[in-house]
Design a protein around this ligand. Structure first.
Ligand code: MRU
Length: 350
């Protein structure tokens, strides 16, 4: 399976997701500003992967910070990384985790060298844990799929979007590992084409059968009776189960419900934001409209076209059949089931 991100002595190495599938190249971020730039520029993307990158960004920043003003530098590094992308809550979760570890080390009087080493260890732990979490999400989700399932997915919630294995694609991987012959319908995911460029590429690497659709074909396919389930990832899930995910997820969810197809969201507990009562409060990233008027740098609209680019949408909880986490599967009413799962209790509502 592809390695999305790795800590190395030379820096934080990431597969460059802006260049896939035509080129498999790797970028080495040599300082925290380069890590922040890689997150902002989508070299690395996907909520859990952004979290891992941020943790490694903090670690590399502290490696290079002057020992005299470490507290101030820690604040600055965290604030730059937190300013990269607003919607995926895993970014803020990971930064908070690194801050907590830093405070612990400070409070016991750890040396600067020990702090530097320990923050690297913590960032590597975030990566390792993420892979294990995704495998657990996969096991829970695989049980929801019928035999020979044809699964529609939107965007890329795979190994590339996480430390490895994936959330939505982790469910598919786990189902296949358990002997189910699953095939995938990948929505292309305009405008950044995460579905066409990344999901198709990633699944092909593992020889998982995948068919590409343009986004406007989803309704036709969902109506055809050929889709067993939709499985997507999430960038932030509010306390009531409203789900922010890649733009275009909401119409897929509505069409799934209209056609009686289950719509599942696969995400780690770190994607839950129980401080928000509903999806109304989730900040939606607005990206450069040039990503809409151009496809991979080639204009697809007349010069001077006004375009908009909300990068995410919010799917109201009534369209969500279940939320699959590493602690188990939550179903409505989500206010109760998500809290139960977040507090670490397994086998929540089914
Ligand atoms: O803009 P992106 O590519 O970072 O958006 C990614 C998504 O919307 C994913 O579906 C989500 O982060 C879940 S990834 C496991």
């Amino acid at each position: 399976m592809v390695k999305t991100i790795e800590w190395t002595p030379e820096g934080v190495v990431m597969i460059d997701q802006t260049r896939l599938p035509t080129e498999e190249t790797y970028v080495t971020c040599k300082n925290y500003l380069e890590v922040a730039g890689a997150i902002r520029g989508m070299i690395i993307r996907g909520a859990p992967a952004i979290g891992v990158a941020a943790a490694m960004g903090v670690a590399i920043g502290i490696q290079q910070a002057a020992s005299e003003d470490l507290d101030a530098r820690m604040e600055e590094i965290c604030s730059v990384l937190a300013g990269t992308r607003p919607t995926a809550v895993n970014l803020f979760w990971a930064i908070e985790r690194m801050k907590r570890r830093y405070r612990e080390l400070r409070s016991v009087g750890a040396s600067v060298t020990a702090i530097r080493n320990e923050l690297v260890t913590e960032a590597e732990r975030v990566l390792e844990e993420d892979i294990a979490i995704n495998q657990s999400i996969g096991r829970h989700g695989a049980e929801l799929l019928p035999a020979n399932a044809q699964v529609m997915t939107h965007c890329n919630a795979g190994a590339l979007a996480t430390g490895g294995y994936g959330t939505a694609l982790g469910v598919i991987r786990a189902a296949i590992e358990s002997g189910n012959s699953v095939s995938v319908l990948a929505n292309e995911t305009r405008p950044f084409l995460q579905g066409a460029r990344l999901t198709v590429w990633e699944l092909q690497q593992d020889s998982i059968p995948v068919t590409l659709l343009t986004d406007n074909m989803a309704g036709h396919l969902l109506h055809s009776g050929k889709v067993s389930a939709v499985v997507v990832g999430a960038d932030r899930i509010a306390g009531n189960g409203d789900v922010a995910n890649k733009i275009g997820t909401y119409p897929v969810a509505v069409l799934a419900k209209e056609n009686g197809v289950p719509f599942y969201v696969a995400a780690p507990i770190s994607t839950l934001d129980l401080s928000l009562a509903s999806g109304e409060d989730i900040p939606i990233e607005e990206r450069n409209p040039a990503e809409v008027t151009e496809l991979q740098g080639v204009a697809v609209a007349p010069p001077g076209t006004t375009a908009m680019h909300p990068a995410f949408d919010v799917t109201p909880n009534r369209y969500v059949s279940a939320i699959i986490t590493e602690h188990g599967v939550a179903r409505a009413p989500y206010v109760e089931s998500l809290r139960k799962l977040a507090s670490g209790r397994t086998n929540a509502a089914s």
